[in-house]
Design a protein around this ligand. Structure first.
Ligand code: NAG
Ligand code: NAG
Ligand code: NAG
Ligand code: NAG
Ligand code: NAG
Ligand code: NAG
Length: 172
């Protein structure tokens, strides 16, 4: 091999390493977008559908696909709702995708005292603190990668709310 061929070879493998080197896929939990509430007055149950927004950023020079999203909501150590989505949406290289997902939750049984708090007419904002857990599975070149996030969020169980900044409500 001539010196020229060696240099070309090094250049090409350098480029291949640069473009194919696995970089992070970042998942950030943006916040609660909306919460829809309904009550079962007889059984003292609170139904709360919580929609959250995620930003998924692909820092790679190749496309990755989001194969599934699993989410779970906990209120005081009890799982009140779970959801699973198999969306195979593709994120093109160096791009960011916003994804909304809804978890239907039920506050009942040993937590039915929350029913009184959520429906109490004398207070205006009925915030409860829930823990949102989400796991995003992405895949590229047949290899799967999981990123998880956990966030505490305030949600209002006293009425329907739509805002992207659920955490701000506590300062009102
Ligand atoms: C999510 O993406 C939007 C739009 O690209 C951006 O304005 C926002 O700052 C991002 N938020 C987070 C927490 O990354
Ligand atoms: C919550 O979502 C379920 C379906 O997932 C729907 O049947 C129910 O009506 C929704 N409740 C509210 C309060 O929006
Ligand atoms: C999500 O997808 C990955 C790969 O496709 C799979 O291994 C994993 O079991 C899935 N998780 C769930 C909860 O379905
Ligand atoms: C998601 O995919 C799994 C296996 O890939 C399948 O068993 C399940 O029914 C799918 N769920 C939905 C909601 O499509
Ligand atoms: C799943 O895909 C459908 C249609 O492609 C879209 O309407 C929905 O918002 C997606 N859900 C999630 C959680 O990405
Ligand atoms: C919230 O909205 C749902 C449907 O949009 C409605 O059925 C429900 O009564 C509303 N809840 C309250 C507390 O207004």
């Amino acid at each position: 091999m001539s010196r020229y061929q060696v240099a070309l070879c090094l250049l090409l493998s350098g480029l291949a390493v640069f473009f194919l080197f696995p970089r992070s896929i970042d998942v950030s939990y943006v916040g609660v977008k909306s919460a829809y509430v309904a009550y079962d007055l007889d059984k003292r149950i609170v139904y709360l559908n919580i929609t959250s927004t995620l930003n998924i950023t692909n820092n790679n020079y190749y496309a990755v696909s989001v194969t599934n999203i699993t989410a779970q909501v906990q209120f005081s150590k009890t799982v009140i709702g779970k959801a699973k989505f198999n969306n195979s949406s593709v994120i093109i290289p160096l791009d960011e995708r916003q994804i909304d997902y809804t978890v239907p939750t039920t506050i009942a049984d040993e937590m039915s005292s929350m029913f009184d708090y959520c429906t109490l007419p004398t207070i205006k904002v009925h915030n409860i603190v829930v823990m949102m857990q989400v796991t995003v599975t992405t895949s590229y070149f047949g290899h799967a990668e999981q990123v998880s996030q956990e966030m505490y969020q305030y949600v209002d169980c006293g009425g329907n709310t739509t805002s992207l900044h659920g955490r701000r409500q506590v300062f009102q």
